[in-house]
Design a binder for this molecule. Structure first.
Ligand SMILES: Nc1nc2c(ncn2[C@@H]2O[C@H](COP(=O)(O)OP(=O)(O)OP(=O)(O)O)[C@@H](O)[C@H]2O)c(=O)[nH]1
Ligand SMILES: [Mg+2]
Length: 330
């Protein structure tokens, strides 16, 4: 059967052949997979691309763990409930925000271009942790090329702005250009009908920092006008603490994850370590996360929390809600 490969697929394949780095190869392979027509005639190609992706991912993981190869700065190993990458102009307070929300200790300094490499930190929120990644600044003159992959690989993008700076519009333009290169589309905006299948719809937000310097709110109002409707906006002070608790809550909520407490029959649920699953996950998805064998032999579950009544019996296709307690029966 002919494969009927599209011109877009062939372009992605050419990018794969020309890719110089592992990250570029991985991006091109994922694009090839997304663009490949899925039918019997392409099964062999699908399997081949899958194998190549797995190999590249394995090598990237090795690099991130500090293996023989040098770690790829465009790949920060995802940990916790999800990963937000902090981007923005020099001196906006990205590192100060990472320091305020996580236990990381990045360098914070009153001059631009302080941060030279991506640095992750874990942000505690209730009983989960969300990963934040501080990055070198995004500027019209220079943005590290690996920032494109970092943005494309993250679950969410947080644009950090200093509203008192005199170049907020230019900074936003540089961030928009970066999103475009990464082919990340702000989820709050409707996708155009002719959108490329390679666009990733992700939460993209703006955080206006340093509100402590903006007592009458003038700077924030101006920043809000520059941002417009495109991105939802929060205001905080990384150094004085205003708005940080709300921001923690928003960053977790926007990931669209749910926390599920699994329990064994006759025992108390493990409230310390919830399973974090994508929104819309079912009882069967939870069982797969707990253990392959439990998933295979799953008969039903009982639910406490958002059920019609406590201990309600549900089947494997039941859609779970955040903070459900679930007892799996196999
Ligand atoms: N007043 C005030 N100053 C802040 C706040 N957050 C950061 N700063 C100051 O802003 C300056 C820059 O902060 P950084 O966190 O280093 O900024 P950055 O965005 O990481 O900058 P680069 O790494 O150079 O891109 C430092 O002097 C901080 O003390 C804030 O909430 N209020
Ligand atoms: Mg910094």
């Amino acid at each position: 059967m002919p494969a009927n490969l599209t011109p877009q697929y062939k372009e992605a394949e050419a990018r794969y052949r020309e890719a110089a780095t592992r990250e570029e190869k991985l991006v091109a392979l994922r694009e090839m997979m997304a663009l490949l027509p899925k039918h019997k005639g392409t099964e062999k190609i699908q399997a081949d691309i899958r194998r190549r992706i797995a190999k590249q991912e394995e090598e990237a993981e090795q690099g991130a763990k500090g293996g023989a190869r040098r770690a790829d700065p465009g790949h920060v190993r995802r940990e916790g409930a999800g990963q937000w990458v902090l981007v923005g102009p020099p001196n906006a307070g990205k590192s100060a925000l990472l320091a305020a929300l996580t236990h990381a200790h990045p360098e914070v300094a009153p001059y631009p271009f302080t941060t030279h490499a991506p640095q992750p930190g874990m942000m505690p929120y209730e009983d989960v942790q969300v990963q934040l990644v501080d990055t070198p600044s995004v500027a019209a003159q220079h943005t590290e090329p690996y920032m494109t992959n970092l943005v494309r690989n993250a679950d969410g993008v947080l644009i950090v702005l200093d509203p008192t700076a005199d170049d907020v519009d230019e900074s936003l333009a540089a961030c928009r250009a970066l999103l475009e290169r990464a082919r990340v589309w702000p989820r709050a905006k409707p996708l155009p009908p002719d959108a490329s299948p390679l666009l990733l719809a992700r939460p993209v937000r703006v955080v206006v920092n340093k509100v402590d310097l903006d007592s009458d709110g003038t700077f924030t109002t101006l920043a809000r006008e520059s941002v417009g409707e495109e991105f939802p906006l929060d205001s905080v002070s990384a150094e004085h603490g205003q708005g940080l608790e709300e921001l923690r809550r928003t960053l977790f909520a926007e990931l669209g994850r749910i926390r599920i407490y699994a329990k064994e029959p006759g025992k108390k649920p493990d409230r310390e370590r919830p399973f974090v699953l994508p929104g819309g996950a079912t009882v069967h998805d939870l069982a797969k996360a707990v253990h392959k064998e439990i998933a295979e032999n799953l008969r039903f579950a009982r639910i406490w929390g958002n059920a019609r009544f406590e201990g309600q019996q549900v089947d494997r296709d039941h859609v779970l809600s955040d903070q459900d307690v679930v007892e799996l029966h196999s």
